[in-house]
Design a binder for this molecule. Structure first.
Ligand SMILES: [Zn+2]
Length: 645
């Protein structure tokens, strides 16, 4: 619950009523509220002995934080504490020596004459000492009532402040190299998290600790030991969009900590006080978290007077009621997966979601393939199928791991320049030799043979993105391609877009070497760019060749999301079905306004353990199970099947 409150607003928390506050929360089926110690404006919401000048100047209830925590505890609700880290406007304006500096010496964010508190601070300065003293004060203030700390805005940000420049000089780091500076910034941040966790542990052995950077990914792995859990900030109606959550979630669940998703009650995102998200959208966002086995978090902002907006909590309660009822079929649980998608996301930045991974994840979601997202360090052995997107070029050791995986009969699908070495070679298991980038593009895949199922036989399908030219044995070539008459370049062009096929001699477009299927085109990036259905069909057909028995198939639309979980102590799987369709109704965000009701969806299951009974829950309605297939009469937004074994 945000509480970034300007000092120009009077009567802050003047109408705060602890009992009414806790009752509103409790009635909305909320089990935990993150309350504020210090906000992005830089103000404190408790009676500080050490920093009295930082207490919000208009805070009427000087004991707000403690009263919030006590009231929530009386209602049986947890109350971890929010502390801002890199954004603090008051400190940024008064302590310029603590600001993160860009290469040219300017600070992050906008000018101080413009609204906004985005002038980030560097934790490699005296600011860290302040943060430690402030955090100690909060820990001491709450004592045994400390449930946890949520440190916000803790991101890897390259910094050229005096302190960082001195540190880099000492370590022989080239401050002119953005990459080296970024790597240094990561070590600074990792040290910050470890030190801060040690500090908090002096006061509480078991409180929760989380560092928020707006994204969990390979950037989080090295410091995961400093966290007790993950909160996956992903507000689909904000800058994250609806496609961010599945990608971050499928990776985060590989890091070994419990996770919760985090959306917002806002029509858009943080700070959108007087807006309510459409109920169906909030349902989808929370039910989707639950379908991954995650807990749910909904962001709100407390209004300055300290009173929760009743409409907001009626909305939250209308979603959290059903969540509470369904939670036993999702938590705790383990995902049931068959495939792994490798990510090329860098380990030194939070915000880069590679286009090929986004496209690949979207295809697999639409096909109801059950998959995790892995980085290069993770184990391939638990998976039957590994998919390698075109921009995946790990630092080393992975190629050998993949060759071993393929040699043992593991199935692999790879695209374009995936794993292309600096010496321009592809892994030997691909069964193809790289001849160079294909300068004659867009070129055209010919729909013939085993990969052409559900495509127009013999049709030439364009792939707009540039692929590679490969050499492969004829008998291993499973798909062929043709060139255009010429590439569209300079004065050579034909019509509006690209030059059509010259109908010439075909060359290899895909190679099948044992259980490794390699496409010479960047099909995942292509799907991310404009989602040609033939790209998805080709991947689906490739999966069918390598993995004939999928865990789940259904006859529903491509918008139906399916997630399989296992709860072994209850001897059951649970299958979660979601039918909500984000629509681009506006120029800026996708909107979900209603559930999309589906009827008579037949689901074919091939689970590791034989299922003896299928029950729709929480309704408790048993459905007939015929040869591993079950038909769900109605999916009204969300349905869960309990599958007992
Ligand atoms: Zn710095």
């Amino acid at each position: 619950m945000d509480f970034h409150t300007s000092e120009h607003i009077p009567g802050v928390a003047a109408q705060f009523d602890p009992k009414a506050f806790a009752k509103t929360v409790k009635d909305a089926h909320i089990s935990s509220v993150t309350v504020f110690a210090r906000c992005h404006h830089g103000w404190l919401y408790y009676q500080s002995a050490q920093f009295p000048e930082l207490v919000h100047p208009n805070l009427q209830n000087r004991n707000l934080l403690v009263e919030q925590v006590k009231a929530l505890h009386e209602a049986g609700v947890r109350a971890p504490v929010y502390i801002t880290v890199q954004w603090d406007y008051h400190t940024a304006t008064t302590k310029p020596e603590w600001l993160i500096r860009k290469l040219d010496g300017s600070h992050e964010g906008g000018p101080f004459t413009e609204p906004g508190f985005y002038q980030s601070l560097c934790v490699n300065t005296g600011y860290f000492d302040f943060l430690k003293a402030h955090t100690r004060e909060v820990c001491e203030l709450l004592g045994k009532d400390l449930d946890g700390i949520f440190f916000d805005i803790v991101g890897i940000r390259p910094c050229w402040c005096a302190s960082c420049r001195a540190g880099m000089k000492q370590q022989g780091i080239n401050a002119a190299s953005e990459e080296e500076v970024r790597a240094f910034a990561k070590t600074v941040l990792t040290r910050f998290k470890r030190n801060m966790t040690e500090l908090v542990r002096e006061y509480s052995k078991n409180c929760t600790i989380f560092y928020n950077a707006g994204h969990i990914g390979p950037c989080t792995r090295d410091s995961a030991g400093a966290y007790t859990h993950f909160e996956l900030e992903s507000l689909p109606s904000g800058s994250w969009g609806y496609q961010h959550f599945p990608v971050t979630a499928r990776y985060a669940r590989k890091l070994g900590l419990d996770s919760m998703g985090m959306t917002g009650k806002f029509h858009t995102e943080w700070g959108d006080f007087h807006s309510l998200k459409n109920k169906a959208a909030l349902e989808f966002e929370c039910f989707r978290m639950l379908s991954y086995g995650f807990a749910c978090s909904i962001g709100d902002q407390l209004e300055p007077r300290g009173v929760l907006n009743p409409a907001t909590y009626r909305l939250i309660g209308s979603v959290y009621g059903p969540i509470e009822e369904r939670e036993p079929w999702a938590r705790p649980s383990a995902p049931v997966v068959e495939a792994a998608l490798l990510t090329s996301e860098p380990s030194t930045a939070e915000s880069r979601m590679p286009e090929d991974v986004m496209g690949g994840a979207q295809i697999l979601e639409e096909l109801a393939i059950q998959f995790d997202i892995l980085d290069e360090t993770m184990d391939l052995e638990p998976y039957k199928l590994v998919l390698i997107p075109e921009n995946f070029r790990p630092s080393g050791g992975f190629r050998e791991k993949l060759e071993r995986f393929a040699a043992k009969g593991g199935a692999v699908i790879a695209c374009g320049k995936a794993l292309l070495s600096s010496g321009n070679t592809l892994p030997s298991c691909f069964g193809a030799e790289y001849l160079g980038d294909n300068e004659l593009f867009p070129d055209f895949l010919i729909a013939e043979g085993e990969l052409a199922k559900d495509l127009e036989e013999g049709n030439e399908y364009v792939i707009y993105k540039q692929g590679v030219r490969i050499k492969a044995d004829n008998e291993k070539t499973i798909l062929w391609a043709r060139s255009p008459y010429f590439a569209r370049k300079g004065g050579m062009f034909c019509s509006h877009r690209y030059t059509p096929s010259a109908g010439g001699t075909p060359y290899p477009g895909a190679v099948k070497n044992g259980k490794v299927l390699y496409f010479s085109h960047p099909l995942f990036t292509q799907y991310r760019h404009n989602a040609p259905r033939w790209c998805k069909t080709l991947i689906s057909n490739a999966i069918d060749l390598l993995l004939p028995k999928r865990l789940v198939r259904h006859n529903g639309p491509s918008t139906l999301a399916v997630s399989l979980l296992e709860q072994s102590e209850k001897q059951r799987y649970t299958a979660h079905f979601l039918s909500y369709i984000p629509v681009r109704k506006s120029a800026s965000i996708d909107i979900i306004e209603e559930r999309t009701v589906l009827r008579d969806i037949t689901v074919e299951l091939n689970l590791p353990k034989a299922v003896r009974k299928a029950i729709l829950v929480p309704e408790g309605k048993e459905l007939p199970l015929k040869a591993g297939s079950v038909t769900i009469p109605v999916i009204d937004g969300y349905a869960i099947l309990e599958l007992l074994y």
